[in-house]
Design a protein around this ligand. Sequence first.
Ligand code: FUL
Length: 486
Amino acid sequence: MVMRMLLAGSIVMMALSTAAHAVDPPHPYGPLPSERQLRWHEMEYYGFLHFTVNTFTDKEWGYGDEKPEIFNPTAMDIRQWARVARDAGMKGLIITAKHHDGFCLWPSAYTEHSVKHSPWKDGKGDVVGELADACRKFGLRLGVYLSPWDRNYADYGREEYLKYYRDQMRELLTQYGEIFEVWYDGANGGNGYYGGAREERRIDRQTYYRWPEVHALVRELQPMAVMFSDAGPDTRWVGNEHGFGQETNWATLKRDELYPGTPRYKELPQGHRDGGYWVPAEADVSIRPGWFYHASQDERVKSLDQLLEIYYRSVGMGCNLLLNLPPDRRGLIHETDVARLMELRKVLDQTFDVDLAKGKPVKASNVRGGDARFCAAKLTDGDRNTYWATDDRVREAEVVVDLGEPTCFNRLRVQEYIALGQRIEAFVVDARIDGAWIKIATGTTIGPRRILRFDDVTADRVRVRITKCPVCPTLSTLEVYHAPAR
Ligand code: FUL
């Protein structure tokens, strides 16, 4: 009898404990990122390479009548580009395979206006191919910029050009291995050489390229590549060329209302809270004033402080940072640019190498179903794929990290578990200094990532309070850092 009661009791206990662990993850909220976008978010920081005939004519936009012979780098070393990018801490490189002037850096079968007729490697070279090899060697991912606007092509503006553009896209997406990003800029139509016509050609930016067909082609050939433009479909322009994201940054966008070259670019830094698609921002900026190399700008390479400001206002605000490093006329990334990139890497390493919160105990005001799967320790376990979540009814919640002893810090990095959507709308950070809680920062959105900067504080506890969220919040990481004084 006693035995039977004990057995029954343990069955009840087992049932209870199974119930305690049977709580489901929170329901997703709003549009969600795709697999390819989740992978892209992890990239955070990568390089842009603007290189073409403009490098040799000292222009920013070539007219399209440049002779291929002028493309003649004297000491080209494409591996140097990849080595510099890798050493800088970048995860990939995106190259202007074709800029507005129409000159192709790869020997396209569809035009003579390419490296085929340049003296570099006696016309047998392939910049895109060599870069693809160099990226593989240095562990980087490759992306391509194929300008929709082509000021060289005789049929630009007509139906024939659409076939040409797609044929070239097919070449780029089938001959060079895996491509992580395809870049469509928004500058479209205007005057140009156009096979000798030398005239003005206007196109309807919204309809001319038949974007849905181009997108389908890219999806077919490179299913894991994200596509960038003012309006996505996968990642959007941040709306300026300073590399600055915005404090309030929604990864969601009313994508169907926008297009490459959209006049509504002022909405892009913030995105749309009520947007129907996940289209996060990418911040593009050049390390120099121009996108292409100009010797006259050798003294105007951005300073370390400017680059740090860009980093915190892009990566720190949930954008990916696409930093342009234009090769010079030798075909090398200039020494000054390299030195600056290494200075930036050094400071970022000094700042982010040691997470002062890692492995530290965390307490939360609420844990979803009391389930260890969603407990606060997930915030400091060093794994960005685990997360803390609350019960469905909870809208405001807090987590407290116990640093163990008074610890000096000045940066805090937080992430939502974005696989369940972007949820949080406002939060506050407090530090416990000599036993008293002091507010040290406030923020609005978090999304894929938020890095907060504040003056040095010495505190034994740090608290994040979620103060506005339309559904139960999630957070996947809470990291605490100390940036060296500058
Ligand atoms: C713009 C272009 O017009 C610039 O030349 C540059 O390539 C920039 C990144 O995108 O749309």
